[in-house]
Design a protein. Structure first.
Length: 204
């Protein structure tokens, strides 16, 4: 069972979540986008949100700014989270700002707000689970896409719910977080996605 839980730590790592949300959008959206546009956006987002952060994390580790890429202490989270916020800001302003990706644009605005909230919580001595922020954010985004397009995504949503439980159990097994930090992480992941969805629908 331990090895199964450990897989969840890597399979649902927060680093993959923005890219996964992008893939979900292009897969679920009924609107037509040229394949050249899709491939270009996926490549740009993969480079910005996965490859560059990985290189940056190893650089911080080699410079002894962090002890591991797990970012176990509050102090170690500050620079990586600021860098993450900067990267997502670039995606919002330069990668998605020149094409009609309304739902995806709001998804990244939600990711940006989640990153900012996670950073602010550091100063309240609260280490919100980044894993739970990522996977709960994806769940909420897919749920919003299902409502927006009237598409039945029951199986995907069920899998993402399973992923949330899997991830929470994995983080507890690793003793990386306590129950409060997992709950706060879930709220920080869900709230921004729900907020921008409701704003887009004119409910707020």
């Amino acid at each position: 069972m331990k090895w199964f839980l450990k897989i969840g730590n890597y399979l649902f790592h927060p680093l993959w979540m923005p890219f996964l949300g992008t893939v979900c959008f292009f897969y679920i959206s009924p609107r037509f986008f040229p394949s050249s546009i899709i491939n270009a956006k996926l490549l740009a987002i993969a480079i910005l949100t996965i490859f560059i952060p990985v290189i940056f994390s190893f650089l911080l580790k080699n410079l002894n700014f962090i002890s591991s890429i797990e970012l176990r202490s509050l102090q170690e989270r500050k620079i990586p989270l600021l860098f993450f916020v900067l990267i997502i800001s670039m995606v919002v302003n330069y990668i998605l700002g020149n094409y009609n990706f309304n739902e995806l644009f709001n998804f990244y605005r939600g990711v940006l707000l989640s990153g900012c909230l996670a950073f602010i919580l550091i100063y309240f001595r609260l280490k919100a689970s980044l894993h739970m922020i990522g996977v709960s954010g994806i769940f909420t985004f897919v749920l919003c896409l299902s409502i927006t397009y009237g598409t039945n995504l029951t199986y995907l949503l069920a899998f993402l719910l399973l992923a949330m439980g899997w991830t929470a159990s994995a983080r507890l097994q690793e003793k990386a977080h306590n129950n409060l930090e997992l709950i706060v992480g879930t709220v920080v992941g869900v709230f921004p996605q729900a907020l921008f969805f409701l704003l887009a629908r004119g409910f707020l």
